[in-house]
Design a protein around this ligand. Structure first.
Ligand code: GLU
Length: 322
Protein backbone atom coordinates (compact mmCIF):
# COMPACT_ATOMS: atom_id res chain seq x y z
CA UNK A 1 0.00 0.00 0.00
CA UNK A 2 2.82 2.33 0.84
CA UNK A 3 4.38 1.95 -2.59
CA UNK A 4 0.99 2.38 -4.19
CA UNK A 5 0.48 5.64 -2.33
CA UNK A 6 3.97 6.72 -3.30
CA UNK A 7 3.18 6.09 -6.97
CA UNK A 8 -0.03 8.08 -6.66
CA UNK A 9 1.76 10.95 -4.98
CA UNK A 10 4.37 10.90 -7.72
CA UNK A 11 1.67 11.06 -10.38
CA UNK A 12 -0.10 13.89 -8.59
CA UNK A 13 3.14 15.79 -8.02
CA UNK A 14 4.06 15.39 -11.68
CA UNK A 15 0.61 16.58 -12.72
CA UNK A 16 0.85 19.61 -10.46
CA UNK A 17 4.33 20.43 -11.70
CA UNK A 18 3.26 20.09 -15.29
CA UNK A 19 0.30 22.37 -14.79
CA UNK A 20 2.81 25.13 -14.12
CA UNK A 21 5.02 24.38 -17.11
CA UNK A 22 5.23 27.16 -19.65
CA UNK A 23 5.91 26.61 -23.29
CA UNK A 24 4.24 23.97 -25.32
CA UNK A 25 0.87 23.46 -23.67
CA UNK A 26 -2.18 25.62 -23.29
CA UNK A 27 -5.87 25.39 -22.56
CA UNK A 28 -7.92 25.67 -25.68
CA UNK A 29 -11.09 27.72 -25.90
CA UNK A 30 -13.12 24.96 -27.50
CA UNK A 31 -16.53 23.51 -26.86
CA UNK A 32 -17.02 19.93 -25.71
CA UNK A 33 -17.55 17.51 -28.55
CA UNK A 34 -21.10 16.58 -29.25
CA UNK A 35 -21.16 12.84 -29.83
CA UNK A 36 -22.86 11.86 -33.06
CA UNK A 37 -24.75 8.62 -33.27
CA UNK A 38 -24.57 8.20 -37.03
CA UNK A 39 -22.50 9.45 -39.94
CA UNK A 40 -24.15 12.10 -42.07
CA UNK A 41 -25.06 11.10 -45.63
CA UNK A 42 -22.65 12.18 -48.37
CA UNK A 43 -23.10 15.57 -49.98
CA UNK A 44 -23.97 15.19 -53.69
CA UNK A 45 -20.67 14.78 -55.52
CA UNK A 46 -18.70 15.61 -52.36
CA UNK A 47 -15.71 13.50 -51.37
CA UNK A 48 -15.68 14.67 -47.79
CA UNK A 49 -18.85 13.32 -46.27
CA UNK A 50 -18.86 9.75 -45.00
CA UNK A 51 -20.61 7.44 -47.47
CA UNK A 52 -23.63 5.45 -46.23
CA UNK A 53 -21.58 2.27 -45.87
CA UNK A 54 -18.79 4.16 -44.18
CA UNK A 55 -15.33 2.61 -44.03
CA UNK A 56 -13.61 4.60 -41.26
CA UNK A 57 -10.22 3.34 -42.41
CA UNK A 58 -10.57 4.78 -45.91
CA UNK A 59 -9.02 8.24 -46.21
CA UNK A 60 -8.27 10.62 -49.09
CA UNK A 61 -5.78 9.42 -51.65
CA UNK A 62 -2.44 11.30 -51.86
CA UNK A 63 -2.22 13.59 -54.89
CA UNK A 64 1.04 12.97 -56.68
CA UNK A 65 4.54 13.39 -55.35
CA UNK A 66 5.23 15.21 -52.10
CA UNK A 67 6.39 18.81 -52.51
CA UNK A 68 9.91 19.52 -51.23
CA UNK A 69 10.13 20.64 -47.59
CA UNK A 70 9.96 24.43 -47.36
CA UNK A 71 8.26 24.65 -50.76
CA UNK A 72 4.58 24.03 -50.06
CA UNK A 73 2.19 24.73 -52.95
CA UNK A 74 0.82 28.29 -52.95
CA UNK A 75 -2.71 28.52 -51.63
CA UNK A 76 -2.56 25.15 -49.87
CA UNK A 77 -3.11 24.69 -46.14
CA UNK A 78 0.45 23.37 -45.95
CA UNK A 79 1.61 26.79 -47.22
CA UNK A 80 -0.43 28.46 -44.47
CA UNK A 81 1.37 26.30 -41.89
CA UNK A 82 4.71 27.03 -43.54
CA UNK A 83 4.08 30.78 -43.40
CA UNK A 84 3.10 30.53 -39.74
CA UNK A 85 6.40 28.84 -39.03
CA UNK A 86 5.10 25.91 -36.97
CA UNK A 87 2.65 23.02 -37.10
CA UNK A 88 0.16 22.98 -34.23
CA UNK A 89 -0.38 19.47 -32.90
CA UNK A 90 -3.13 18.59 -30.43
CA UNK A 91 -2.34 15.68 -28.13
CA UNK A 92 -2.31 14.41 -24.53
CA UNK A 93 0.45 14.81 -21.99
CA UNK A 94 -0.21 11.72 -19.88
CA UNK A 95 -0.27 8.79 -22.28
CA UNK A 96 3.07 7.13 -21.65
CA UNK A 97 4.70 5.84 -24.88
CA UNK A 98 2.30 7.78 -27.13
CA UNK A 99 2.30 11.34 -25.80
CA UNK A 100 3.55 12.07 -22.33
CA UNK A 101 5.71 14.65 -20.66
CA UNK A 102 9.28 13.54 -20.15
CA UNK A 103 9.94 14.57 -16.53
CA UNK A 104 13.62 15.24 -17.24
CA UNK A 105 13.35 17.32 -20.40
CA UNK A 106 9.84 18.71 -19.85
CA UNK A 107 9.04 17.85 -23.48
CA UNK A 108 6.01 15.89 -24.58
CA UNK A 109 7.10 12.82 -26.51
CA UNK A 110 5.96 9.46 -27.81
CA UNK A 111 4.73 7.61 -30.88
CA UNK A 112 1.88 10.07 -31.52
CA UNK A 113 4.14 13.09 -31.08
CA UNK A 114 6.56 11.58 -33.59
CA UNK A 115 3.69 11.21 -36.07
CA UNK A 116 3.22 14.98 -35.80
CA UNK A 117 6.94 15.68 -35.91
CA UNK A 118 7.19 13.72 -39.15
CA UNK A 119 4.54 15.97 -40.70
CA UNK A 120 6.50 19.04 -39.52
CA UNK A 121 9.62 17.50 -41.05
CA UNK A 122 7.80 17.12 -44.38
CA UNK A 123 6.55 20.72 -44.35
CA UNK A 124 9.63 22.52 -43.01
CA UNK A 125 12.47 20.02 -43.22
CA UNK A 126 12.60 20.41 -39.42
CA UNK A 127 10.65 18.19 -36.99
CA UNK A 128 11.05 20.77 -34.22
CA UNK A 129 8.86 23.33 -35.98
CA UNK A 130 5.93 22.08 -33.98
CA UNK A 131 3.81 23.55 -31.20
CA UNK A 132 2.13 21.03 -28.96
CA UNK A 133 -1.21 21.94 -27.45
CA UNK A 134 -2.37 19.65 -24.70
CA UNK A 135 -6.05 18.83 -25.23
CA UNK A 136 -8.52 16.64 -23.37
CA UNK A 137 -9.78 13.46 -25.03
CA UNK A 138 -13.19 15.05 -25.30
CA UNK A 139 -11.70 17.98 -27.28
CA UNK A 140 -9.94 15.99 -30.00
CA UNK A 141 -12.72 16.26 -32.57
CA UNK A 142 -13.67 19.86 -31.79
CA UNK A 143 -10.04 21.08 -31.76
CA UNK A 144 -9.49 19.78 -35.30
CA UNK A 145 -12.94 20.93 -36.44
CA UNK A 146 -12.63 24.50 -35.13
CA UNK A 147 -9.06 24.95 -36.41
CA UNK A 148 -7.43 25.50 -33.01
CA UNK A 149 -4.95 22.79 -33.98
CA UNK A 150 -3.78 21.67 -37.43
CA UNK A 151 -3.56 18.03 -36.54
CA UNK A 152 -4.62 15.74 -33.72
CA UNK A 153 -2.48 12.66 -33.03
CA UNK A 154 -3.73 11.30 -29.73
CA UNK A 155 -4.46 7.54 -29.68
CA UNK A 156 -7.53 8.55 -31.66
CA UNK A 157 -9.71 5.90 -33.22
CA UNK A 158 -10.99 6.67 -36.71
CA UNK A 159 -14.71 5.95 -36.68
CA UNK A 160 -17.65 6.92 -38.83
CA UNK A 161 -19.27 9.18 -36.25
CA UNK A 162 -16.07 11.26 -36.05
CA UNK A 163 -15.68 11.31 -39.83
CA UNK A 164 -18.84 13.43 -39.85
CA UNK A 165 -16.85 16.26 -38.23
CA UNK A 166 -13.21 15.71 -39.17
CA UNK A 167 -11.05 14.13 -41.83
CA UNK A 168 -8.86 11.26 -40.74
CA UNK A 169 -5.53 10.27 -42.22
CA UNK A 170 -4.93 6.68 -43.22
CA UNK A 171 -4.45 4.34 -40.26
CA UNK A 172 -1.05 4.51 -38.58
CA UNK A 173 -1.56 2.08 -35.67
CA UNK A 174 -3.85 -0.84 -34.84
CA UNK A 175 -4.88 -0.90 -31.19
CA UNK A 176 -7.70 -2.65 -29.31
CA UNK A 177 -9.45 -2.29 -26.00
CA UNK A 178 -8.50 -4.32 -22.91
CA UNK A 179 -8.87 -3.89 -19.16
CA UNK A 180 -6.37 -3.27 -16.36
CA UNK A 181 -7.00 -4.55 -12.83
CA UNK A 182 -5.14 -5.02 -9.58
CA UNK A 183 -2.50 -7.78 -9.64
CA UNK A 184 -4.43 -9.75 -7.03
CA UNK A 185 -7.67 -9.77 -9.04
CA UNK A 186 -8.93 -13.23 -10.06
CA UNK A 187 -10.70 -11.83 -13.15
CA UNK A 188 -9.46 -13.26 -16.45
CA UNK A 189 -11.38 -10.94 -18.77
CA UNK A 190 -13.60 -7.88 -18.58
CA UNK A 191 -16.81 -9.95 -18.43
CA UNK A 192 -15.62 -11.24 -15.04
CA UNK A 193 -15.84 -7.75 -13.54
CA UNK A 194 -19.64 -7.53 -13.23
CA UNK A 195 -20.77 -4.74 -10.93
CA UNK A 196 -17.26 -3.28 -10.62
CA UNK A 197 -16.35 0.36 -11.24
CA UNK A 198 -14.33 0.69 -14.43
CA UNK A 199 -12.74 4.00 -15.35
CA UNK A 200 -12.29 5.51 -18.79
CA UNK A 201 -11.67 8.99 -20.15
CA UNK A 202 -14.67 11.12 -21.00
CA UNK A 203 -15.11 11.38 -24.76
CA UNK A 204 -13.14 8.20 -25.48
CA UNK A 205 -14.50 5.27 -27.45
CA UNK A 206 -13.63 2.98 -24.52
CA UNK A 207 -16.05 4.74 -22.24
CA UNK A 208 -18.90 3.93 -24.63
CA UNK A 209 -17.69 0.35 -25.04
CA UNK A 210 -17.74 -0.35 -21.30
CA UNK A 211 -21.52 0.00 -21.42
CA UNK A 212 -21.69 -2.69 -24.14
CA UNK A 213 -19.79 -5.39 -22.22
CA UNK A 214 -22.05 -8.33 -21.38
CA UNK A 215 -21.22 -8.61 -17.68
CA UNK A 216 -23.65 -9.50 -14.87
CA UNK A 217 -24.33 -7.30 -13.08
CA UNK A 218 -23.40 -4.58 -15.57
CA UNK A 219 -20.12 -2.74 -15.22
CA UNK A 220 -20.23 0.70 -13.65
CA UNK A 221 -18.54 3.06 -16.12
CA UNK A 222 -16.73 5.93 -14.37
CA UNK A 223 -15.57 8.89 -16.48
CA UNK A 224 -12.50 10.98 -15.70
CA UNK A 225 -11.12 13.83 -17.83
CA UNK A 226 -7.97 11.91 -18.83
CA UNK A 227 -6.48 8.45 -18.38
CA UNK A 228 -3.92 9.84 -15.93
CA UNK A 229 -6.90 10.68 -13.71
CA UNK A 230 -8.14 7.08 -14.10
CA UNK A 231 -4.76 5.80 -12.93
CA UNK A 232 -4.94 8.05 -9.86
CA UNK A 233 -8.52 6.85 -9.17
CA UNK A 234 -7.35 3.23 -9.49
CA UNK A 235 -4.47 3.83 -7.10
CA UNK A 236 -6.84 5.40 -4.59
CA UNK A 237 -9.15 2.37 -4.86
CA UNK A 238 -11.95 4.57 -6.22
CA UNK A 239 -12.32 2.21 -9.19
CA UNK A 240 -11.51 -1.49 -9.56
CA UNK A 241 -10.31 -1.30 -13.13
CA UNK A 242 -9.43 0.87 -16.10
CA UNK A 243 -10.48 0.00 -19.61
CA UNK A 244 -8.99 1.55 -22.68
CA UNK A 245 -6.74 0.70 -25.61
CA UNK A 246 -4.03 -1.89 -24.98
CA UNK A 247 -1.44 0.76 -25.88
CA UNK A 248 -2.53 3.13 -23.13
CA UNK A 249 -2.89 0.33 -20.58
CA UNK A 250 0.63 -0.87 -21.35
CA UNK A 251 1.94 2.57 -20.39
CA UNK A 252 -0.06 2.51 -17.15
CA UNK A 253 1.02 -1.00 -16.18
CA UNK A 254 4.62 0.16 -16.66
CA UNK A 255 3.99 2.83 -14.01
CA UNK A 256 2.16 0.72 -11.43
CA UNK A 257 3.67 -2.47 -10.00
CA UNK A 258 0.25 -3.42 -8.57
CA UNK A 259 -1.52 -3.43 -11.93
CA UNK A 260 -1.90 -6.01 -14.68
CA UNK A 261 -3.67 -6.09 -18.03
CA UNK A 262 -5.99 -9.06 -18.62
CA UNK A 263 -7.86 -10.69 -21.50
CA UNK A 264 -7.76 -10.34 -25.26
CA UNK A 265 -8.56 -7.22 -27.26
CA UNK A 266 -12.33 -6.96 -27.44
CA UNK A 267 -12.51 -4.07 -29.93
CA UNK A 268 -10.56 -2.79 -32.94
CA UNK A 269 -9.20 0.72 -32.47
CA UNK A 270 -7.49 1.88 -35.68
CA UNK A 271 -5.57 5.09 -34.93
CA UNK A 272 -5.49 7.96 -37.40
CA UNK A 273 -4.64 11.66 -37.27
CA UNK A 274 -7.60 14.05 -37.35
CA UNK A 275 -7.73 17.23 -39.41
CA UNK A 276 -10.14 19.96 -40.40
CA UNK A 277 -12.47 18.94 -43.22
CA UNK A 278 -12.06 22.21 -45.14
CA UNK A 279 -8.51 21.47 -46.26
CA UNK A 280 -8.64 18.10 -48.05
CA UNK A 281 -5.23 18.82 -49.62
CA UNK A 282 -3.71 18.67 -46.13
CA UNK A 283 -5.24 15.24 -45.48
CA UNK A 284 -3.82 14.04 -48.83
CA UNK A 285 -0.43 15.49 -47.93
CA UNK A 286 -0.41 13.77 -44.52
CA UNK A 287 -1.34 10.50 -46.22
CA UNK A 288 1.51 10.93 -48.69
CA UNK A 289 3.93 11.39 -45.78
CA UNK A 290 2.52 8.27 -44.10
CA UNK A 291 2.92 6.32 -47.38
CA UNK A 292 6.55 7.35 -47.64
CA UNK A 293 7.26 6.61 -44.00
CA UNK A 294 5.75 3.13 -44.23
CA UNK A 295 7.86 2.41 -47.30
CA UNK A 296 11.21 3.84 -46.17
CA UNK A 297 11.28 2.25 -42.70
CA UNK A 298 10.52 5.41 -40.72
CA UNK A 299 7.31 3.87 -39.32
CA UNK A 300 9.20 0.77 -38.22
CA UNK A 301 11.91 2.84 -36.53
CA UNK A 302 9.26 4.89 -34.74
CA UNK A 303 7.56 1.69 -33.53
CA UNK A 304 10.85 0.26 -32.30
CA UNK A 305 11.74 3.49 -30.53
CA UNK A 306 8.56 3.63 -28.44
CA UNK A 307 7.11 0.11 -28.41
CA UNK A 308 10.12 -2.08 -29.11
CA UNK A 309 10.03 -3.44 -25.52
CA UNK A 310 6.79 -5.26 -26.37
CA UNK A 311 8.27 -7.23 -29.26
CA UNK A 312 9.33 -6.77 -32.85
CA UNK A 313 7.53 -4.24 -35.00
CA UNK A 314 4.59 -5.66 -36.96
CA UNK A 315 4.02 -4.60 -40.57
CA UNK A 316 2.59 -1.07 -40.58
CA UNK A 317 -1.16 -0.85 -41.21
CA UNK A 318 -1.84 -0.63 -44.94
CA UNK A 319 -3.48 2.50 -46.35
CA UNK A 320 -7.03 2.44 -47.72
CA UNK A 321 -8.58 5.26 -49.71
CA UNK A 322 -12.12 6.30 -50.44
N1 GLU B 1 -8.80 5.26 -29.08
C1 GLU B 1 -9.70 5.88 -28.16
C2 GLU B 1 -10.47 7.02 -28.77
O1 GLU B 1 -10.14 7.46 -29.82
C3 GLU B 1 -8.95 6.47 -27.01
C4 GLU B 1 -8.76 5.54 -25.95
C5 GLU B 1 -10.04 5.11 -25.38
O2 GLU B 1 -11.10 5.23 -25.95
O3 GLU B 1 -9.99 4.62 -24.30
O4 GLU B 1 -11.40 7.53 -28.19
Amino acid sequence: MRIRVAVTVAVLAATAALAGCAGDSSDLPVLPDQPKVAATPPAPGGEQAAPPACDPRASLRPAGALPAPGDMPAGSYMATIQERGRLVLGTSQDTLLFSSRNPFSGRIEGFDVDMGRQIAQAIFGDPDKIQIKVIGYDKRVSSAADGSVDLVADTMTANCARWADVNFSSIYYEAGQKVLVSKNSTAKRIEDLGGKRICSAAGSTSFDNIGKVKAKPVLVAVARPAFGDCLVAFQRNEVEGISTDDTILAGMAAQDPYAKVIGEKFTDEPYAMAMNKSHPEFTRFVNAVLERNRADGTWKKTYEKWLGDFGPAPAPPGARYR
